[in-house]
Write a protein that binds this ligand. Structure first.
Ligand code: URP
Ligand code: ZN
Ligand code: ZN
Length: 473
């Protein structure tokens, strides 16, 4: 098996940083060697197949994006990244594992939905991938099927309090699913927005002629998110289900999570780069139909209400535990433009899978989070939260050699002139400048990105059979 020595870098994990060389043997990390280690004295570099010079650079565990929707049928169309294009773009950005969402649609069987997603992804991916299971039709049959999910390597499932008529579950369905989730050792993931109330407000706004993308954000007010987050927390409390709220954007929702955690409840929050950097006014409120580029749910929040600052603070203080992208890209032409004249018909979603590691690294540069916290929220906690830790999320002997060499002296200009690799005809991040750069990306011992070249291959990525969350008690 091929051996590689990543030498001269600073290894950064969630718990610290140190000068060390990383020895990779085949698909695994074989050793992490501090300077002065006797093995290095035996001129290890001369004995390995390849030496990667990481001098002046950070060596970190590959990013884990635990919330993506590759080729998801949604909003009358399908997310524009396939598993092939989306995982390749992820690799470009230093992400070496995604956890996507298999979907059980209304009237379908859960295991048929899971099988369909396996079929879409198998043989297509550049990096490793796992699945959460969306339960879009909670009934006796799907509750039974949930009990079999752990055997399939699926240790988490998602419900929606939004999107009536699509994925929506009412409170009785949520209660029943959470009971099964708690008994089965599944992590309950929740899209927490009050869907029926939102739909009523959407109808009112449209009737008043308020059809621009901006009104997507008005209709999905923070009260809709706070209320649903509170209700989800209470139902989780009643049933004993561990709860992970996805794409948290409102500071009031964070406060609900923080209060529940202070109260001893096993609840967690995920946010996304868009809720840290972008706003209702500057993006959703852009000229004409431009704001459609940033239509996603939960929506971008008002900069005048300081949700973004509060979210950075919550990441630092661990009121929010991790950052995923909710990568759900649509092109402007032929997809987002379905909603010209009616914001409610704009497919919901933003594409960021390629930029998460960079955008969060900029938070380190800006003094908002530490270097170790960057690794923790983008790799280590996702691995622990979703049953992959040890194999993923850490630089340690025995772990998969999913390694990123990150250059703090490099520079990344996002978006301009279609420099990204996602299958989108625009960038939600155009003009963002990052004071850092993904230098080299290794997936299970194979270099997939090097020197601004993609050198990986379709089908290299393997299905990750996930274990139970480490956050279950
Ligand atoms: O706008 C979003 N978030 N689209 C993807 C589906 C979801 O709700 O996660
Ligand atoms: Zn959602
Ligand atoms: Zn999502």
């Amino acid at each position: 098996m091929a051996t590689t020595l990543i030498s001269g870098g600073t290894v950064v994990t969630a718990t610290g940083r140190s000068a060390a060389d990383v020895l990779v043997d085949g698909e695994k990390i074989a050793a992490v060697l501090a300077p002065g280690s006797p093995l290095l004295g035996h001129d290890l570099a001369a004995g390995v197949d390849t030496v990667l010079d990481a001098t002046g650079k950070y060596v970190i565990p590959g990013g884990i994006d635990a919330h993506t929707h590759m080729q998801m049928p949604f909003g009358g169309t399908e997310a524009s990244d396939t598993f092939e294009t989306g995982t390749r773009a992820a690799a470009w950005g230093g992400t070496t594992t995604i956890v996507d969402f298999a979907i059980q649609r209304y009237g379908e069987r859960v295991m048929d939905g899971l099988a369909a997603w396996h079929e879409k992804a198998a043989g297509q991916c550049a990096i490793d991938y796992g699945f959460h299971q969306i339960i879009g039709d909670v009934n006796d049959d799907s509750l039974k099927a949930m009990e079999a999910l752990p055997d399939e390597g699926v240790s988490s499932y998602k419900l929606f309090m939004a999107y009536p008529g699509v994925f929506y579950s009412d409170d009785a369905q949520i209660y029943k699913a959470m009971r099964v989730g708690a008994e089965t050792g599944l992590m309950t993931m929740m899209h927490a927005e009050n869907g029926p109330a939102i739909d009523a407000m959407v109808a009112e706004l449209l009737a008043q002629g308020k059809t621009d993308p901006y009104y997507h954000g008005v209709a999905r007010a923070w009260q809709m998110e706070e209320e649903a987050t509170h209700r989800a927390i209470m139902l989780a409390n009643l049933t004993g289900a561990p709860l992970y709220v996805v794409h948290v954007s409102a500071k009031q929702a964070v406060e609900q999570l923080a209060a529940a955690r202070d109260n001893g409840q096993n609840v967690f929050g995920e946010t996304c780069p868009q809720y840290l950097y972008l706003s209702l006014e500057d993006q959703l409120g852009a000229e004409g139909f431009e704001g459609a580029k940033w239509v996603c749910s939960t929506p971008l929040r008002s900069k005048h209400e300081h949700h973004q600052d509060h979210m950075w603070q919550s990441l630092r203080t661990n009121d929010i535990q991790m950052v995923a992208t909710d990568h759900c890209p649509f092109c402007m032409k032929g997809q987002k433009d379905l909603g010209v004249g009616d914001f409610s018909k704009i497919p919901n979603g933003i594409g960021s899978v390629e930029h998460r590691m960079d955008l969060m690294y900029q938070g380190v540069v800006d003094g908002k989070i530490s270097l170790e916290r960057w690794v923790e929220i983008t790799s280590t906690t996702p691995a622990r939260m979703f049953g992959m830790y040890g194999t993923k999320g850490v630089i340690a002997p025995g772990a998969d050699a999913d390694v990123v060499i990150y250059d703090p002296n490099g520079h990344t200009s996002i978006g301009l002139g279609k420099t990204h690799h996602m299958n989108m005809d625009y960038s939600a991040w155009e003009g963002y400048e990052i004071q850092g750069h993904v230098d080299t990306v290794m997936s299970r011992g194979t270099v997939v990105v090097s020197g601004n070249q993609y050198v990986g291959s379709k089908g290299h990525g393997r299905y990750v059979h996930r274990a139970t969350s480490q956050y279950l008690v």
